[in-house]
Design a protein around this ligand. Structure first.
Ligand code: ADE
Length: 231
């Protein structure tokens, strides 16, 4: 099986490269792809660089060029839901583009032309995550993750996103990866560890917790990979 593991930033994939140690590097379409042989599976690891366009390119390359059959995204997010704290892990059940707005034409916020507002993550991968959470005694959270090409550090915008989309966390790549994977029929799973609360302290918290939250997310995904690889 060929499995894609994506992050957006170097810090988000570094824990995987450290864990696997032995990998080949390929340059393609202005990005680097790291190939690992693991238990008869091939794992392709890359960070896309931030944002919806970059993440769409990387997810497409993972699928089209490298033939990935499942895609997992690991990284950090801002909390939208007040009960989520820095370091908490949240698995996306559904994803939405909070900055996609053709409401002038009567569509709901986030509506993707000829598509839908929400993209749903793969239920089998969510089940694997549930098992890992039980085994590791982790209080894994689930919910809608909202994506946009904006770093949110403003309570008004954060609350608007929370109320409009029933979102629990926000970031800048998940929904575009979701649209891409669903277009190709590739099952995907998106996990984020909270790095900040999308408020006026977000920039400082993000810088402070990027590495530790990335590591937490990656540790969880590595346990999932073991289950997927042994299946
Ligand atoms: N990723 C992590 N924190 C974020 C925030 N506050 N806004 C957008 N993306 C994020």
């Amino acid at each position: 099986m060929k499995l894609a593991i994506m992050g957006a930033m170097p810090e988000e994939i570094e824990p995987f490269l450290k864990f696997f140690k032995d990998y080949k590097t390929f340059d393609y379409a202005k990005n680097k792809y790291f190939i690992v042989e693991h238990k008869n599976n091939e794992i392709i690891i890359a960070y896309s660089k931030i944002g919806k366009v970059n993440s769409t390119i990387t997810a497409s390359v993972m699928i089209e060029k490298f033939g990935c059959e499942k895609l997992i995204f690991s990284g950090v997010a801002g909390a939208v839901c007040n009960s989520f704290k820095i370091g908490d892990l949240v698995a996306a059940t559904k994803l939405v583009q909070h900055d996609l707005d053709i409401s002038s034409f009567g569509h709901p916020y986030g509506y993707v032309p000829e598509g839908a507002v929400y993209e749903e993550a793969d239920l089998e991968l969510i089940e694997i995550a549930k098992k890992v959470a039980i085994e590791k005694n982790i209080n894994l959270k689930y919910g809608v993750i909202a994506t946009g090409d904006q770093f949110i550090c403003d309570i008004k915008r954060k609350n608007w996103i929370a109320n409009t989309f029933n979102a629990t966390a926000l970031e800048m790549e998940g929904a575009s990866v979701a649209v891409t994977c669903n277009a190709y029929g590739v099952p995907f799973f998106i996990l984020r560890a909270i790095s900040d609360e999308a408020n006026m302290d977000a920039k400082f918290n993000f810088d402070e917790f990027l590495e530790t939250s990335s590591q937490r997310s990656a540790d969880f995904i590595l346990s999932m990979v073991e289950k997927i690889a042994n299946a």
